[in-house]
Design a protein around this ligand. Structure first.
Ligand SMILES: [Zn+2]
Length: 478
């Protein structure tokens, strides 16, 4: 044994490059698609000629080489684009990471040629992007897509179908690359373009496409043609892409999620006094986090008041590290309210939180689990990350909107007890289930009451199975 050890040491010594025996970390891959401003049309300068060892690009022949401008080969006019400054910004403060860029943009290409089988001059932009990305994935992990396109569709007619086509494109890319939740960032076209149809659409995508972001082109300048960014602007655009991508990656569950233990999100609605008296102590005993979605009920009888928490008690829960979520000021069905009133109802809880030094909520639960696209849009604008609905299904991160996360309602009726126990028993690796409780027990709404015994039975089961338990705010990040 000793001898073998010595031999290994000697070999390492003789080799002199022991670090070469360590397998290289996979590249972090980004696909760059769109038209000329993604390909880059900025004038080449000295900065373009400083390749870095940690930023590679897949060249025309599908070989990895140090990235430098022009990265694209769509036209002889290819120049400085956003790709390299994007990668540089992504790498700031990171060691041991290498980025692999996959340039696949085609100058002048309209969105209609970005689909399988569609030809653009002598190329098939979509199909070639997929096949080059798959080649790249032999050496790395695909982390995201950068899209800059729209100049060719920036008119009254073509822009009408743009969003539809863009949604189809993102869905196809994610499907064909087997990456259902792949971050997608689109940039505004230059504001120096004469017409302004596309940017309005680009800015709706965070609401329209899961796990996507839009990047502003404010203040960026053209190279004199009212069409293409100059080099400093192309580089600034790349930085903005990186900031948006970093934010999306933070919120994107890692690709390993499917191998993780099942996750249970515990939520308790309506600020019932039993949450303070019974639930919080029980959760502490098990060491579980949870979200309390609070509101103020209009009381039917004055004696009902004692069935609900005071704001001081809600503040106590926050101090015990539980998440305080927003359930509207007065438990209003948001689908029946004007946008103005929805805003008022949401703001009410935010203001109460501010008064009691509780952080502004980032999670919301729709009263009665009723929601629509208007309420979702308002929540998004107000900075909410997650909103809970009903539906009794698991949370499918690829399919379900983060602003309509399904949940199982729990109560101590035979039917609901069986349903939630069955759901917990059937959880597989990577599954996420959200449970909605009301009072434990619930004096005012006996139909929604859960007994302390049943809650404890569930917590005990969750503990035994070693499921991960988180508050709503950590549904994707823990
Ligand atoms: Zn409620």
């Amino acid at each position: 044994m000793k001898k073998i050890f010595k031999t290994v040491l000697l070999l390492l010594f003789l080799n002199g490059y022991s670090q070469n025996t360590v397998p290289e970390k996979p590249l972090e891959l980004y696909l760059l698609i769109g038209q000329s401003n993604m390909a880059g049309r900025g004038a080449l300068d000295n900065q373009s000629q400083l390749p870095s060892e940690v930023i590679l690009m897949l060249d025309k022949n599908n070989d990895w080489i140090p990235a430098k401008d022009p990265m694209h080969f769509d036209k002889p006019s290819a120049g400085v684009g956003p790709g390299i400054s994007f990668a540089q910004t992504m790498l700031e403060g990171k060691n041991g990471v290498k980025i692999g860029l996959i340039p696949c943009a085609w100058g002048g290409s309209p969105i209609k040629v970005w689909k399988s089988g569609a030809k653009y001059f002598n190329n098939f932009p979509y199909d070639e992007a997929i096949s080059r990305t798959k080649i790249a994935m032999q050496k790395g992990v695909l982390k995201g897509i950068l899209w800059h396109q729209g100049e060719s569709d920036n008119d009254a007619v073509k822009s009408q179908v743009y969003l539809e086509k863009l949604k189809e494109l993102v869905a196809s890319l994610r499907k064909d690359l087997n990456a259902p939740n792949l971050p997608f960032v689109a940039g505004e076209i230059g504001r120096f373009n004469k017409e302004d149809y596309i940017n309005k659409i680009i800015n709706t995508i965070p609401n329209e496409i899961e796990n996507s972001a839009a990047v502003s082109s404010e203040g960026l300048t053209d190279k004199g043609d009212h069409l293409h960014f100059d080099s400093p602007s192309a580089r600034e655009l790349g930085k903005r892409y990186a900031v948006a991508m970093q934010q999306l990656l933070k919120e994107t569950p890692s690709l390993k999620t499917s191998k993780k233990k099942p996750k249970v999100v515990l939520t308790f609605d309506d600020a019932e006094i039993s949450h303070y008296n019974n639930v919080a102590p029980l959760l502490k005993k098990y060491g579980f986090g949870a979200t309390f979605f609070v509101c103020e009920f209009p009381f039917k009888k004055p004696e009902e008041k004692k069935e609900y928490m005071t704001w001081n008690q809600i503040q106590e829960l926050y101090k015990q590290d539980f998440e305080i979520g927003n359930h509207t000021g007065h438990h209003k069905n948001v689908t029946k309210l004007s946008p103005e009133d929805i805003n008022k109802e949401i703001a009410y809880v935010e203001e109460k939180c501010a008064e009691f030094k509780i952080p502004k909520p980032i999670s919301f639960a729709y009263p009665g689990n009723r929601y629509d696209t208007i309420s979702q849009g308002i929540l998004k604008k107000r900075g909410y990350k997650y909103a809970r609905a009903g539906g009794s299904t698991l949370y499918d991160i690829a399919e379900d909107s983060r602003l309509a996360i399904p949940s199982y309602t729990v109560a101590s009726t035979d039917k609901l007890e069986v349903r939630v126990k069955t759901a917990l028993q059937n959880l597989k690796q990577g599954d996420i289930i959200v449970l909605t409780f009301h009072g434990v027990p619930d004096v005012v709404h006996p139909d929604y009451s859960t007994s302390v015994e049943f809650l404890e039975e569930l917590l005990q089961y969750i503990k035994e199975k070693d499921f991960q338990v988180v508050a709503m705010r950590n549904i994707l990040t823990e």
